[in-house]
Design a protein around this ligand. Structure first.
Ligand code: GCW
Length: 737
């Protein structure tokens, strides 16, 4: 008789009967399996879905509310739901409740839609009002027994509800009297991968691409399923598989077959695939002489290509396009507008329900106007010119994912066009993988910004979620920070940025602090002595990086091309608007980019009340001062300091904040596993070293221009300017072909 079983976590469970000799081998095999699990038990791979056993007392309470499971398995999504519940409850509670068909005792968990579950139907819940992907979790009485129902209008909504329910357990929330209802206005909640077909990830700091194109479509790495589960757990429902600097080969049959295979893995988890396309693909792949969007042959080629894709992938999402930007081809190569280009692709996709995400990240080398103004100048006149299935994808700020930017003036300025938010989750400009920078506050700051476009309260979030101008097609995209590293993101704390992005895409009004706390509990456990200081540290981290890299509205001061470290002195080619000196404009007298009405007048792109505030040097927030104004070093700040002294204070505070973060972490040894603890400790040491480097190099350089002394008590840079200027980094990750 078999005396060994495994619980949901794969742990060996032995009963008390004598063990037949023949079972020793099986026992050893199981132990080996268990040992292997332990060997990389806390390498970050499990992300926030660890489902490790809860403290016994807590688990016992929850077990009363998880006595039996009623969950169908008629569809792949329902099977995924079942598996996740078994895995989650099995891990958290030590043992998963049995799957049954009828409610026979108190504490049943019933999941499904009114269509998939007669029990859910009988409860007559208001699932219709939940909309697509929405769910409710409610404590109910079923056949005389108190229990919990997790229901949606569709399977994917139920899946999201199940992840929410598991999160309640992971974060040790009460579950006895639940009445939760969640819907989203954000239709597209996407990750954009900047992954090339050779495995290199542009601006990726977590190793190679997770897409193993060479082994696809045959080998489906289990990691793809974990990717899908993880994304579904935060409501992400689409993925753009390849870089916006797109290689045309992605549209060849060879690759489309591989894309189809990935789509098949993701489908049960409610995730659709999208592709970045190169505008000139009709030439490179199709053998045509032109990619002119008004050319009938070109239009036919795209229609045929769309038909071909949808034959393979009936729920294919659509195209993402970077055109006429940073050397990419586009409609302007043929004298056509961005709308002509986007609409041609939209027409090809429309019969299949596909959409086009056309990027507004457009600026030109030949345009001498302030780069911050160019996207608005290009796209604002096209408001209303796009097809219904086109979204304009707009970066959060007008330049490029800097540690801090004011919101992009396009938000609120194009009421007849759905604007999709583009955030960068990978930290191209915020210290790559090793700097602990929690991006929740950055995302929140942008989403909460008031565009004033339709009066007070016209927040960026309301523009993006469609409420402000009544759009149903809405979306958010996050440039992924995911790679093949075991921990997915290059550091455990960078996982929080993936998490926060997903949570805010679902609900852009969530607080970044609440998200940080959720994530910390799920990722590291509920030890209160750990959670509070870690959340405080995360919340401090974004302002710290702004301070040690680009305080008071400075921006784009990083190393040329690779974007690693400070290079504020860089004035090299090939174009002025890729150099720091273009942005800080510092000289002996002063510093800052004059975008006021007496300068480039970028302020005029904002709604009048916002424009007036940014234009007025006495009213502009300090955080944007040098973004909008060029001021003398001796300018008197609100604090009473001169601008120069204030700048030095901020640089120094940034370094001090990192020291504080390190001290906080230093006190937390023993509260979590040694592996992740040590990695974060070493990364914080790197961050401190590099924060110091940013401060010292920046101060040394600006001081070389203004010749001013440092305020009393502030240490001089460790090295002379020439030392920093001589540093070279030929093999920085994420950069180059
Ligand atoms: O910030 C720049 C990056 C490029 C990127 C570009 C974009 C994909 O440095 O690497 O290209 O933005 O967003 O298109």
């Amino acid at each position: 008789m078999l005396a060994i079983t495994a619980d949901a976590e794969g742990r060996a469970v032995r009963d008390r009967r004598p063990v037949p000799v023949g079972l020793v081998a099986a026992l050893l095999a199981l132990l080996a399996l268990f040992g292997a699990r332990l060997a990389h038990a806390e390498d970050g791979y499990e992300l926030w879905l660890r489902y490790h056993a809860l403290p016994a007392a807590q688990a016992a309470t929850y077990r009363d509310h998880a006595s039996q499971l009623l969950a169908g398995d008629a569809t792949p999504t329902q099977q995924a739901i079942r598996q996740e519940l078994l895995r989650g409850l099995g891990g958290l509670l030590g043992k998963a409740p049995p799957l049954e068909d009828t409610v026979t005792r108190d504490g049943a968990i019933v999941v499904g839609t009114p269509a998939s579950s007669p029990l859910v139907a009988r409860l007559k819940l208001d699932t219709a009002g939940l909309g697509h992907d929405g769910y409710l979790i409610r404590s109910v009485v079923i056949d005389g027994h108190p229990g919990t129902v997790i229901a949606g209008q569709d399977d994917v909504g139920v899946l999201y509800g199940v992840f929410h329910f598991l999160r309640l357990l992971q974060t040790e929330q009460p579950i006895a009297q639940l009445d939760l209802r969640q819907s989203t206005r954000m239709k597209l909640r996407l990750l954009d991968h900047w992954d090339n077909l050779d495995g290199h990830v542009e601006r990726g700091y977590a190793g190679a691409s997770i897409w193993d194109w060479q082994k696809l479509p045959d080998w489906l790495d289990p990691r793809y399923t974990d990717y899908a589960r993880t994304n579904a757990s935060i409501g992400i429902n689409g993925t753009v598989l390849n870089n916006v600097n797109a290689q045309p080969a992605i549209l060849t049959p060879l690759y489309l077959d591989k894309v189809k295979a990935l789509a098949g893995v993701f489908r049960p988890y409610g995730i659709r695939v999208y592709l970045s396309v190169r505008f000139s693909a009709p030439i490179e792949v199709g053998g045509l002489k032109t990619a002119d969007p008004l050319d009938p042959q070109v239009r036919r080629w795209w229609r045929d290509k769309a038909d071909e894709i949808y034959r393979l992938i009936p729920d294919f999402g659509g195209f993402l396009v970077k055109a006429n930007s940073e050397g990419q081809p586009g409609p302007q190569d043929y004298g056509r507008s961005h709308a002509d280009g986007a609409n041609m692709l939209a027409d090809a996709l429309a019969p299949h329900g596909g959409i086009v995400m056309w990027r507004a990240f457009v600026y030109s080398q030949t345009n001498v106007d302030d780069r911050a103004k160019q996207a608005y100048a290009e796209f604002k006149p096209l408001d209303g010119a796009f097809r219904d299935n086109v979204l304009l994808q707009v970066k959060n700020g007008p330049i490029d994912f800097q540690p801090r930017e004011p919101f992009n003036p396009l938000f609120g300025a194009m009421p007849r066009t759905p604007l999709m938010m583009e955030f960068q989750v990978t930290k191209e400009y915020l210290g790559f993988a090793t700097h602990l920078v929690y991006l929740g506050p950055l995302f929140e700051e942008t989403l909460a910004a008031d565009t004033m476009a339709r009066g007070k309260g016209s927040t960026v979030a309301k523009v993006v979620d469609g409420e402000l101008d009544g759009h149903a097609l809405t979306g958010m995209a996050g440039v992924a920070n995911i790679g093949a590293d075991r921990d997915w993101c290059g550091s455990d704390f960078d996982q929080a940025n993936w998490y926060a992005y997903g949570r805010l895409a679902w609900d852009p009004t969530l607080s970044s602090r609440a998200i940080a706390e959720e994530w910390t509990r799920m990722t590291f456990g509920n030890d209160e002595a750990f959670v509070k200081p870690v959340v405080d540290m995360m919340m401090l981290s974004r302002e710290a990086v702004v301070d040690y890299m680009t305080p008071l509205g400075l921006h784009h001061l990083m190393g040329h091309g690779h974007h690693y470290g400070p290079e504020p002195w860089d004035a090299s080619g090939p174009r002025a608007d890729w150099t720091p000196v273009y942005y800080h404009r510092a000289d002996k007298q002063g510093i800052g980019f004059d975008r006021s009405s007496t300068g480039s007048n970028a302020v005029a792109q904002y709604a009048p009340p916002v424009a007036a505030q940014f234009d007025d040097v006495r009213r502009v927030p300090d955080a944007y001062l040098l973004w909008f104004h060029h001021l003398p070093w001796t300018y008197r700040m609100r604090s009473g300091h001169t601008l120069w002294d204030e700048l030095v204070t901020h640089y120094t505070r940034g370094v001090d904040d990192v020291k504080k973060m390190r001290e906080t972490w230093g006190r937390l040894d023993g509260h979590i596993d040694a592996e992740r603890y040590r990695k974060a400790a070493v990364f914080l040491a790197i961050q401190q070293k590099e924060a110091q480097w940013w401060r010292d190099a920046s101060i040394a350089y600006f001081q070389s221009l203004n010749g001013l002394p440092l305020p009393a008590g502030y240490p001089a840079p460790e090295h002379p300017l020439a030392y920093y200027q001589a540093l070279r980094f030929p093999y920085v990750p994420g950069h180059g072909p």
